[in-house]
Design a protein around this ligand. Structure first.
Ligand code: MN
Length: 243
């Protein structure tokens, strides 16, 4: 297709401020899609699941962004003390979107929580809290500007991520206290931090499904590899070849 592909982005419900509720999304997510030649369309968390098919009919790809912790009950666990704020409605919406998008052969890029939700939706699980469950974990909640790469990652040879970044290693930002633990069927880990934490996942075959644990949207303006990640989503959504 020569027209710009539409990238659907489910957005979040924020904690109320002075009694008022808001939806929220970092502008960088939409800006990174636009810079890559896509048209972002935001899905509010109150969308009826019965209307998702019509929304997806009008979309070419999905971007799942960061947000609160997935409800551990989704993967058969009770919440531990380190588990943070959850958003059951958003979990339900995103799981329905992931499942439907894959059925339709629609590309998906997951960022941070988005990567974790891909793994959870497809039957995997996550560490609820790295500091209490992953001895030897690096500091994965950085105190530095959003764009600043704080730790390294190593890409699996021959992976989509290695092709997109055209490298075996990269340095990334880090704003997560959770991480993918048991991989879902059909999902492989293709990026790891030096401590062994999974920082990137991909699904075998089609559609194009990639997740990264870092906030690539905050790095995309300054870093060619992270810009290429959004280009790959947009190109996959347009039916063009991509790593
Ligand atoms: Mn990290």
């Amino acid at each position: 297709m020569d027209i710009k592909p539409i990238i659907g982005i489910p957005i979040g419900d924020l904690p109320p401020v002075e009694g008022k509720s808001f939806y929220g999304m970092a502008p960088a997510c939409a800006e990174a899609v636009q810079a890559a030649g896509g048209v972002p369309v935001l899905f509010p968390p109150g969308v009826e699941e019965s209307d998702l098919a019509r929304l997806l009919d009008r979309s070419d790809g999905l971007l799942l962004i960061g947000g609160p912790d997935p409800d551990p009950r989704l993967f058969g666990q009770e919440p531990i003390p380190g588990n943070g704020r959850i958003s059951p409605g958003r979990d339900r919406l995103e799981i329905a979107l992931i499942t439907a998008a894959i059925e339709r052969n629609m590309p998906i890029l997951g960022l941070c929580r988005g990567m974790q939700m891909i793994n959870v939706a497809l039957g995997g699980d996550i560490y609820q809290d790295l500091p209490s469950q992953f001895p030897g974990a690096l500091k994965h909640v950085q105190e530095a500007p959003r764009w600043y790469p704080t730790h390294g990652v190593r890409f699996a040879e021959g992976s989509r991520l290695a092709g997109i970044f055209q490298a075996r290693e990269a340095a990334v930002n880090s704003y997560h206290h959770q991480a993918v633990r048991r991989l879902a069927p059909g999902i492989k880990a293709t990026a790891h931090a030096p401590d062994g934490v999974v920082e990137g996942i991909e699904r075998d075959g089609e559609p194009w499904v990639v997740g990264v644990q870092w906030h690539a949207e905050d790095m995309a303006v300054r870093d060619a590899g992270n810009h290429a990640l959004f280009l790959a989503l947009v190109n996959a959504a347009a039916g063009r070849p991509t790593p």
